[in-house]
Write a protein of this length. Sequence first.
Length: 289
Amino acid sequence: MSSERVVFNVGADTGKGSATAREGRVSLVVGDESPPFAFVKVDGPVTLSEDLDEVRRSPLSSGTVASPAQRRIRVGTVEVVATNRQARPASERGGWVRWDVLEERFTASLLEGDEAAAHRQVARLHKRGVPVRAIVAGLFAPAGLTVGTSWENGSIGVAEEHRATAIMEQLLGELSPRTGGRRRGNAVVATWSGEHHTLPTTMAAAALREDRWHVDHLGSGVPASGLIRFVQSADPDLVVLSVTLDEYREETEALAGQLREEGIPVLVGGPGRTLDELCDRAVTESRDR
């Protein structure tokens, strides 16, 4: 190409526009319909921008000027402009969400045991095309931390903590991933015997499923011998072990070492690890197998 800029129009609320915002990457193919039928393909990660002044300065391929309801996207060194036909408020499109406000409301619903309200909040985001990973990171992770802290400092009892956790696990199970394309591989997600925190593994399983992994979610408290037998039988491409308490980290790392000796890639997650990091490392580790 003689230029680093490729510009075209696509409705932000169309299938292509929604997929671009949801997946964070695009693949552009331009074909020559006459012999020898050559084509050019450009793909890679994108960055969305809704700076109207910036968008107006991006000329369209037709020679016109981008309107205020258009979105400028960079694909590596290639730029794309996506038109937002309805120009809905940014907070409703998934990429621009007031997570602080939503997380506060979500946490309040959990502590009050208002399952219906929590369900509506999650369903509204999911319907608008917000990725499952973003919902988990923006709502479930901070809410789970607040609930756990509230139990530790005595603000709520163990029954209220279990109720909130149960609501979150049910809602996570209802988040069906909107994915397409080839499956990345098979993953097993579990915690070692003694660890009874199920929420971290449930969140990890949801994130991996959205990233096109088939997941066997074994939950918490799985005996080491049983987990090893299952892995030997299933022969997954990846095993993810979650550890929340420091007292179980050494045993979990030892179990991970045993599985690695079987030739199975293993990731050990814990506090401070993000879902983005999990999905990135999952791809890298499985490819190195």
